[in-house]
Design a protein around this ligand. Structure first.
Ligand code: BV8
Length: 242
């Protein structure tokens, strides 16, 4: 894989401020199905059909069964060499932010500390009445759909389609993107906004943008380097080359 890491590595070596944007592809080699890949189906549903407030109002039990299934899959998964490479990368630059669209908590389990979670986290639940956060829901959840002590339904503390992202997280991510010398974009189909706007924001503010993906995406035409390969191989090769 070292052949994929060309002379551009000097640009990364010289960088002071680095931002990484990850998507479901970085967790694929941990056995976690991606959103739009072949694993994107659950029973007969697509993620976009279930990851909405409307689906939750219509059938909270079904939506929680999907989330509880994903929590169980992720609980049995381990961070992979791609996650670990980003932990290593974090300590090498004056400023570093890992922006993730993933809700699987694998970056934190791998040891990443400077993380902005744009779309929430599978292992947090939120009271639909009080907004209080719970991080202690057993896995699997014994009673679906789970309810708060106040009697109201709990919901997954994730951002559904049509819902706004946590302002602090997307603001932090946007500032980091615009300030960065280098942005790595890893394992995302770059179709979900506003996260997908971050590489363009970085690029238009002078960042050198490197994409790591198995296939081309809508941002491939404008990135500086597009490396086609699995994140769990390419990211360690990048760190080794540093
Ligand atoms: C919002 C959490 C304001 C839940 C998710 C413009 C501006 C603002 C909004 C919009 C806009 N245009 C459209 C919208 C609406 C919508 C949107 O973007 N729709 C898309 C589908 C067109 N956006 C929203 O609704 C956002 N809200 O902006 O609020 C607002 C409010 C009302 C109306 C308008 C605006 C909220 C978006 C967040 C939705 N929640 N997840 C949950 O997880 O259950 S998004 C979901 O998709 C996941 O978080 C996932 O991370 C994310 C992106 O998918 P990817 O991570 O990229 O995964 P995917 O499977 O697609 O791709 C995997 C990639 O990895 C592939 O490219 C593959 O090739 C690659 N790969 C695979 N294996 C490997 C690999 N690469 C490397 N190595 C490997 N081994």
């Amino acid at each position: 894989m070292a052949r994929e890491v060309g002379e551009w590595i000097d640009t990364l070596r010289r960088a002071q401020r680095v931002t990484v944007l990850t998507g479901a592809g970085i967790s694929a080699e941990s056995g976690v199905p991606t959103f739009r890949g072949e694993g994107g189906l659950w029973r007969t549903y697509r993620a976009e059909e279930l990851a909405t407030p409307e689906a939750f109002v219509r059938d909270p039990k079904l939506v929680w069964e999907w989330y509880d299934y994903r929590r169980q899959v992720v609980s049995k998964a381990e961070p992979n060499a791609g996650h670990s490479a980003l932990v290593d990368l974090e300590s090498r630059f004056a400023e570093f932010l890992l922006v993730t669209q993933n809700v699987d908590n694998l970056h934190r389990r791998a040891g990443s500390r400077s993380v902005a979670e744009l779309h929430g986290n599978l292992f947090r639940a939120r009271c639909t009445r009080e907004g209080t956060i719970r991080e202690d829901l057993p896995c699997p959840i014994p009673e679906i759909p789970p309810v708060c002590g106040c009697g109201a339904l709990l919901r997954p503390d994730v951002v559904w389609f049509g819902e706004s992202l946590p302002v602090e997280q997307i603001t932090l991510a946007g500032e980091a993107a615009r300030r960065s010398d280098v942005m790595l974009v890893v394992g995302t189909s770059a179709v979900v906004y506003p996260a997908a706007a971050l590489p363009e924001a970085a690029k238009s503010n002078g960042a050198f943008v490197v994409e790591v993906n198995l296939q081309r995406t809508p941002i491939s035409p404008f990135v500086d380097v597009s490396i086609q390969g699995p994140a769990a191989e390419v990211l360690p090769a990048i760190v080794d080359a540093l």
